[in-house]
Design a protein around this ligand. Structure first.
Ligand SMILES: Nc1ncnc2c1ncn2[C@@H]1O[C@H](COP(=O)(O)OP(=O)(O)O)[C@@H](O)[C@H]1O
Ligand SMILES: CC(=O)OP(=O)(O)O
Ligand SMILES: [Mg+2]
Length: 383
């Protein structure tokens, strides 16, 4: 019997799904239910979104009822310190995901909703939570602790957690395969550049440091998130009489590319740069400058870097960003082949033009990684 895994990535207003046959890893169906809750959208809430997804799976010819599923894998952004690996969903796991809502207020509530609706609809189907934070649980204390009093590390531990771990785990595996090396022997600087964006120092195949922190607001400049700030900025804004909710909105939804260039979509921003728009030019220069900071820092953390890896929508498709990031890094062994950068084919691409560090573009596939990890947890639990 085929081992079919349904992968769900629930966002606040969208539900990404994929049906994968684990044996051979064929994608049987994939899609996105968008604009959940908006007027005229196909779904008013996540329950309806899942009903819509079932309709689409039926239309694909690959749906024989939930009883035919080997299991369901859910993306969960924040697992706190509780999970260093994917976990079979039971009441305790649900409670731990709920407890982490305060740390990922944009992400964990819809992730949890997806899990709860599936448990209710299909109580007999194994469900697995795959955490963005899990891959980063290997970071050593000097990388994950903040220079705050010890008391802040009690209760809900205020520390760096890091995110996009499922993507970094996938990339590590994929690069190891591609280079014919074992992951344990690989040192990578990985850049996941999507709407959310983060950098990771991967040493011996494990996360040693990453740019996101307690929440997915830290680190690189993003579509609508500010990334690194002097914490004094937050204090100043609050002191000026803005409410906590206003500041949270400003930093999460109105900053980043949107704040500086007026729009959060990198395609549009780059088109405006090409047309000579100064605000867009500044936004892109800031975007690349901040990534360079992390590439420099992580070169120092790792000592030896085998490859600089670009992934995510921007990492895979935005040649001018890769060029801006790599410019002037010859002293770190990072030299881009400009012609190769401008003419990418599908799949993994190698873009180094000399220098000791490979420059790789790896298409992101969090869904496949979730399916594999969910399959692993279910296989272990059912032997
Ligand atoms: N051809 C392209 N050139 C530049 N940027 C692109 C291109 N295609 C996609 N992007 C950018 O990728 C970003 C979305 O990345 P993606 O990884 O799909 O997002 P998400 O984090 O939502 O999964 C957007 O800023 C989009 O503009
Ligand atoms: C954690 C995070 O930033 O996720 P996304 O990139 O999907 O927003
Ligand atoms: Mg993404």
């Amino acid at each position: 019997m085929p081992r079919k895994i349904l992968v769900l990535n629930s966002g606040s207003s969208s539900l990404k799904y994929r049906l994968i046959d684990l044996d051979g890893e064929a994608v049987l169906a994939t899609g996105l239910v968008e604009r959940i809750g908006e007027d005229g959208a196909p779904a008013a809430d996540h329950r309806q979104a899942i009903a819509e997804l079932v309709r689409r799976l039926e239309a694909s010819g690959h749906w024989r009822g939930a009883g035919d599923l080997y299991g369901i894998g859910h993306r969960v952004v924040h697992g706190g310190e509780n999970f260093a690996a994917a976990a079979w969903v039971d009441d305790a796991v649900v409670a731990a995901i709920r407890a982490a809502i305060a740390l990922a207020p944009l992400h964990n509530p819809p992730n949890l909703l997806g899990i709860e609706v599936c448990r209710e609809l299909w109580p007999g189907v194994p469900q697995v939570a795959v955490f963005d934070t899990a891959f980063h649980q290997t970071m050593p204390p000097p990388a994950y602790r903040y220079a705050l009093p010890e008391s802040c590390y009690g209760g809900v531990p205020i520390r760096r957690y890091g995110f996009h771990g499922t993507s970094f785990a996938y990339v590590t595996r994929r690069v190891a395969e591609y280079l014919g090396r074992v992951p344990d022997a690989l040192n990578l600087i990985a850049l996941h550049l999507g709407n959310g964006a983060s950098a990771c120092a991967i040493g011996g195949g494990r996360s040693l440091d990453t740019s996101m922190g307690l929440t997915p607001l830290a680190g690189l400049m993003m579509g609508t998130r500010c990334g690194d700030l002097d914490p004094g900025v937050v204090l100043y804004l609050l002191g000026q009489g803005r409410t906590l909710a206003e500041v949270a909105d400003l930093l999460n939804r109105d900053s980043g590319l949107k704040g500086v260039a007026g729009g959060n979509d990198m395609r549009d921003v780059l088109a405006r740069v090409a047309a000579g728009d100064a605000e867009a030019g500044l936004a892109v220069a800031m975007y690349c400058h901040r990534i360079k900071h992390y590439v420099g820092a992580y070169s120092a953390v790792l000592g030896r870097v085998d490859a600089l890896v670009f992934t995510g929508g921007i990492g895979e498709h935005a040649a001018p960003i890769r060029q801006g990031v790599c410019a002037g890094l010859a002293n770190l062994g990072i030299v881009l082949d400009e012609a190769a950068n401008a003419a990418l084919g599908p799949g993994i691409a190698e873009l180094q033009g000399g220098g000791g560090v490979k420059i790789l573009v790896v298409p992101a596939d969090e869904e496949l990684e979730i399916a594999r990890q969910a399959g692993g947890v279910i296989a272990q639990a059912t032997v």
